[in-house]
Design a protein around this ligand. Structure first.
Ligand code: FMN
Length: 223
C-alpha cells in the first residue's frame, strides 16, 4: 500500500504540471510573465571572510528565495569555520578558477533541480575533477523527515550527481510563501485542495547550520 506520508514526485507533477499546462492554455503568451519571480524577492550575492585560508564557492539556483537564504546561511557557517566563502547565483558564475571547494544548492520544482543548477554542472563539471564538491537541494518532500522522503528528496539530485560526484549531499525542507511565488504558481498553490503547496516555512536552521559546520571541517581538511 502506498505510504500516505510520502509526498511523491508524481503528486507535485500532478499539481504543478497541471497548473502549468492550464496556465499555457489560459494565458498563452502571458505564461512567461506568470512564471516570473516577484521583484521583491532578493537573491543575495556576497563574499564572506575574504582572505581566510581556502576559497569556497557557494552557488545556488532558487526561484522564490528560500534556497538563496539557506545558501547564505551555509556561506556564513563556512566563513565561521575559517574559510573564505563566496555566495553567487549559479547562473552568474563565469569561472571556477581560484576556488578550492564548490557547494551547489538547488530548489526542486516538479521533481527536478532548477535548470541553472544543471547548466552549472554541464558547464563546469569537467573543471571540477579534484575540487571537493558538496550538493544540496531544497524541497517540500523534506517537510516531514522520514527515510522514504529523504531518499526521494536526494533522488531529485540525480541529474547533477550523475555528472559530478559530490563528497557530501543533503536535502533540506523549504518554504511556500505566496508573496514570493510567481503568479501562476501562486494561483495553483492556492487552488491545491490537498494542501501540499499550503503556505509554511519548514526550513530547519539547526539542521542547515549543523550540516554546514561539518562541511566546513571537511573542506578545511581536504587535500
Ligand atoms: C509549482 C511548485 C512545484 C514544486 N515541486 C516540488 C517537487 O516536485 N518536489 C518537492 O519536494 N517540492 C516541490 N516544490 C516545493 C519547492 O521545492 C519549495 O517551495 C522550495 O522551498 C522552493 O525553493 P526556492 O524558494 O528557493 O525557489 C514545489 C513548489 C512549487 C511552488
Amino acid at each position: 500500500m502506498a505510504n500516505p506520508r510520502l509526498v511523491s514526485r508524481r503528486k507535485f507533477l500532478k499539481i504543478a504540471g497541471g497548473a502549468l499546462g492550464a496556465g499555457v492554455v489560459a494565458c498563452g503568451g502571458a505564461t512567461f510573465f506568470g512564471l516570473r519571480t516577484p521583484s521583491s524577492v532578493h537573491f543575495l550575492e556576497e563574499s564572506f571572510c575574504e582572505g581566510q585560508s581556502k576559497r569556497i564557492l557557494v552557488a545556488y539556483a532558487s526561484k522564490c528565495g528560500a534556497t538563496a537564504e539557506i545558501s547564505g546561511a551555509i556561506t556564513e557557517a563556512l566563513c565561521a569555520s575559517g574559510l573564505s566563502a563566496e555566495l553567487k547565483r549559479a547562473a552568474h558564475v563565469t569561472s571556477l578558477e581560484g576556488y578550492q571547494g564548490v557547494v551547489l544548492g538547488t530548489a526542486i520544482y516538479m521533481g527536478n533541480p532548477l535548470k541553472e543548477a544543471i547548466k552549472f554542472v554541464e558547464e563546469f563539471g569537467s573543471q571540477m575533477a579534484g575540487i571537493p564538491f558538496a550538493l544540496f537541494d531544497v524541497c517540500l518532500t523534506m517537510k516531514e523527515v522520514t527515510p522514504e522522503n529523504e531518499k526521494a528528496a536526494l533522488d531529485y539530485l540525480k541529474p547533477i550527481s550523475d555528472r559530478v560526484s559530490p563528497i557530501k549531499t543533503v536535502a533540506f525542507a523549504g518554504r511556500i510563501d505566496y508573496a514570493t511565488l510567481p503568479p501562476l504558481y501562486r494561483m495553483f498553490a492556492q487552488a491545491d485542495k490537498e494542501g501540499i503547496l499550503a503556505e509554511g516555512d519548514f526550513r530547519d536552521w539547526t539542521a542547515i547550520s549543523t550540516w554546514a559546520k561539518d562541511l566546513g571541517v571537511v573542506l578545511a581538511d581536504y587535500s
